[in-house]
Design a protein around this ligand. Sequence first.
Ligand code: F6R
Ligand code: MG
Ligand code: MG
Length: 392
Amino acid sequence: MGEPSMSEEKKITLSVIKADIGSLAGHHIAHPDTLAAASEVLAEAKKKGVIIDFYVTHVGDDIQLIMTHRKGVDSPEIHGLAWEAFKKAADVAKELGLYAAGQDLLSEAFSGNVRGLGPGVAEMEFVERPSEPVIIFMADKTEPGAFNLPLYRIFADPFNTAGLVIDPRMHSGFTFEIYDVMEGKAVKLNAPEELYDILALIGTPSRYVIKRVFRREDNLIAAVVSTERLNLIAGKYVGKDDPVMIVRAQHGLPAVGEVLEPFSFPHLVAGWMRGSHHGPLMPVPQRYAKCTRFDGPPRVIALGFQIKNGRLVGPADLFDDPAFDETRRLAQQIADYMRRHGPFMPHRLGPEEMEYTTLPQVLEKLKNRFYKAEEYKVKIRHSEMLTGEVHD
Ligand code: F6R
Ligand code: MG
Ligand code: MG
């Protein structure tokens, strides 16, 4: 009694916490000195035994802290550590005059959890398997819903994941936990029975975001995404919410190749320039994890690790492969095609999404310039439909 059970003892937490604390050449790339400042904080914590292991990296202007520990998800100690690392990195960013220094640290004070303070968080606690391959996806210039399509294909589409048909441990399917990020609600739906319901929601990636995926057979956690939407948290435009995702692979879960496969299609995601445009999600190796053309196009990297007793072995830079060259080429063509629309939809996001940018400030100025169009009568005005109030 009182002793932790064998499985409790072996439980490990993998935390990926990210923030944009300022970058070099506009919103382009994290400066190496900021990465070093964050690494120093984590190295000290590792020495003290607060965390078991860590890896600090970046995609574009976002810094990612990848940490293993035994303190569970939402640990104030781990979140506090991440906050301290970002603060130290932001201090360096300010010193160097980097662009938008401190951008994602919305509050001056840390209050026990980084959720709601700006950084994005993907964490999972699990019992380490004898061999534990995980893939950490990190994207820049896009939003958490960008992972909806790939996650659906990985865990619900047998045309992507052969294991759903062939491997008996996957045959009963997966549960998708989906957040309504606009209303702060969540729902769990099961694949394959509820595929159409799942799609009815996640086809609106700006609002319904897959948070976690579980294997139904034993409720084993298979994937988790950072779902923080900065604009909704801050109540004003503060950039897009460049997301991270952890996916466990192999041995009764989708194989690494099945997890990577959906990214061979550079699907359109929201983000890119000013967080206001649709563009193709381009899978790139770490060395190309920086956004240039029109502040993009949106990019994603995939780092593969093995976790052994909490130790992060790796990474393998998984998109550093000519097998994704054609995807990148197609993404360039899509980028050209979309760019030719200039400020027109569907390149520019629709009005609901633009509400969270700086466009409303521009529209506000035009408000008083409108007059009644005498020859154009509407039965019910849009504003009346929204408010239910009829006016003249
Ligand atoms: C998108 C992004 C950039 C900026 C753009 C304008 O997530 O970070 O595309 O929105 O460079 O930046 P500001 O307004 O800082 O000049
Ligand atoms: Mg930035
Ligand atoms: Mg970014």
